[in-house]
Ligand binder design. Structure first.
Ligand code: FUL
Length: 500
């Protein structure tokens, strides 16, 4: 009598097990705050090219007074296709032009002022630099961003709050309705000492920009979509959260440390952009030269490699072209990146993990580029480790780790160990804090057949979408310094992060 019942129960169990195993384990719950699709697209673009261009290019100045005669603006060989081609070839996903800098001169024929290209000799007064760049960018398939300086040293209405806000938004409307899709609006926070006092109606500006260009991110000292990193050297903090509290930051008056590090307890998703110029000035000056490619590589590690976007300014010269010297440096920079990052040595490894959440979250996913495939540990596990085993030992001095940021930024600290076959011990190679979209760490060369990536602290179950190890033969000496800084900060930051 008992036997058929036991058999029945057994069969039911088997059937339910079978049907369970054919179902996918769902993705874990994303952890707030999350990026918008515009922020995601911005971040995955990694690098943008800034173009500072205007009367300052011709008057050898940085902050034009707004009194330069428009006749000085005469780029006889301007070729926006050249700018865009160089940007594209060098790996930049978008170009951002100073449509109006602090001097108030407009690179498009604005209907609201005469201080623009229409009063200059450029294309006989019929020119429009914004239109030429928009057409070239659309043709090449790269994004366009525009900088419209809030501080305007030319227009007499600057200083009259209502009048200037109306004037500014009318110019903004021209830019956002006449030139196709705009991917980024860059709001600079600079204003000289002792300049006329007035209020900018930021909330109205942000609403109008999002209404007119829903695909655009707005950059300012404090977002709303993208924040300034807090320095003009292109370096993010060693800890760098995309999480941030917008209420803690005031445009024009931010705490650089807060901007550089973000806020692991922040309520808003506001990732950082690292702006820096290839030359000492933002505008082109005949007597200045570009930084060497190795310095750009260093900035890349400290911006893209610290969860930020690298915005590199490459100013066109007074003929209207990007200079040969700058092109050469950009080619070298591209070559350096390619030779380091095109060979991920981890691809040769057998990858394992402390646990997996379900079959589609296996550790091999970390060798596949893209956000949609990632390693996820079993829920409520306390150990979060990835192991890499190699047939022959590998030598490397760079580690790359990525989180699938569409699921939120999670990791607060992690470290890498290698197995020493002589002592039989695991040895710590490097420790750090945040990962985000991409973390790159440099350290003195190590050689091993077994590696272990350990996530020590995270806001929720950690998810890892990519792991790379590389050999950087070019910046090894600066790598030692970088590692020391990273580790010193890490210890301090571990204190701050203790409660996470
Ligand atoms: C600063 C400006 O004052 C500089 O001229 C430049 O445009 C830089 C990107 O931002 O605040």
């Amino acid at each position: 009598m008992n036997c058929p019942i036991t058999l029945l129960i057994f069969s039911i169990l088997c059937i339910s097990k079978l049907s369970n195993s054919s179902r996918l384990k769902p993705h874990p719950l994303p952890i707030l705050p999350l990026p918008t699709s515009q922020q995601l697209q911005w971040q995955l673009g990694s690098m943008a090219m800034f173009l500072h261009f205007g009367p300052n290019t011709f008057t050898d100045s940085e902050w034009g007074t707004g009194k330069a005669n428009p006749s000085v603006f005469n780029p006889t060989h301007l070729n926006a296709t050249q700018w865009v081609q160089i940007a594209k070839d060098s790996g930049f996903s978008r170009v951002i032009l100073t449509a109006k800098h602090h001097d108030g001169f407009c690179l498009w024929p604005s209907e609201y002022t005469d201080y623009s290209v229409k009063s200059s000799p450029f294309r006989g007064g019929d020119g429009d630099v914004v239109a030429e760049l928009a057409a070239a960018a659309a043709e090449a398939g790269i994004g366009l961003g525009l900088y419209l300086s809030p501080w305007d040293r030319h227009d007499p209405c600057y200083g009259n709050t209502l009048e200037y806000n109306e004037f500014y938004l009318s110019q903004m409307t021209e830019l956002l309705t006449k030139y196709g899709e705009i991917k980024e609006v860059w709001l600079d926070g600079a204003k000289g000492e002792g300049e006329k006092d007035m209020e900018y109606f930021f909330d109205t500006w942000f609403s109008l920009i999002h209404q007119l260009q829903p695909g655009a991110v707005i950059f300012s000292d404090a977002g709303p979509d993208v924040r300034w990193i807090g320095d003009e050297a292109g370096h993010a903090g060693s800890t760098c959260w995309s999480l941030f509290n917008r209420t803690n930051a005031k445009i024009g008056d931010t705490d650089p440390l807060y901007s550089q590090q973000g806020d692991g307890f922040g309520q808003d998703w506001v990732p950082a952009e690292c702006d820096v110029s290839i030359r000492p000035g933002w505008f082109w000056h005949a007597l200045e030269s570009p930084k060497p490619a190795l310095q750009l590589l260093d900035i890349y590690y400290n911006s893209v490699g610290r969860n930020c976007l690298f915005l590199l300014n490459v100013p066109p010269n007074s003929s209207g072209l990007i200079s040969e010297q700058d092109i050469k440096v950009l080619e070298e920079f591209r070559g350096l990146k390619k030779s380091i990052f095109s060979n991920n040595l981890a691809r040769k490894a057998l990858v394992n993990s402390s646990s997996i959440r379900g079959s589609q979250f296996g550790p091999n996913n970390v060798l596949v580029q893209g956000l949609d495939k990632y390693w996820a540990p079993e829920e409520n596990d306390k150990t979060w480790e990835l192991y890499l085993a190699f047939k022959d030992s590998v030598s490397f001095n760079v580690l790359e780790i990525r989180e699938p940021i569409h699921m939120g930024q999670r990791v607060a600290s992690f470290h890498l160990e290698t197995h020493n076959t002589v002592s039989g011990e695991w040895e710590r190679v490097v420790s750090s804090t945040t990962i985000g979209n991409k973390r790159l760490l440099r350290f003195p060369k190590v050689q091993s057949r077994s590696l272990k990536l350990v996530v020590d602290k995270a806001r929720a179950d950690p998810l890892i979408s990519y792991l790379g190890i590389y050999m950087d033969k070019f910046s090894v000496s600066s790598a030692n310094t970088t590692t020391k800084i990273t580790i010193t900060r890490t210890l301090k930051e571990e204190q701050q992060l203790h409660d996470l």
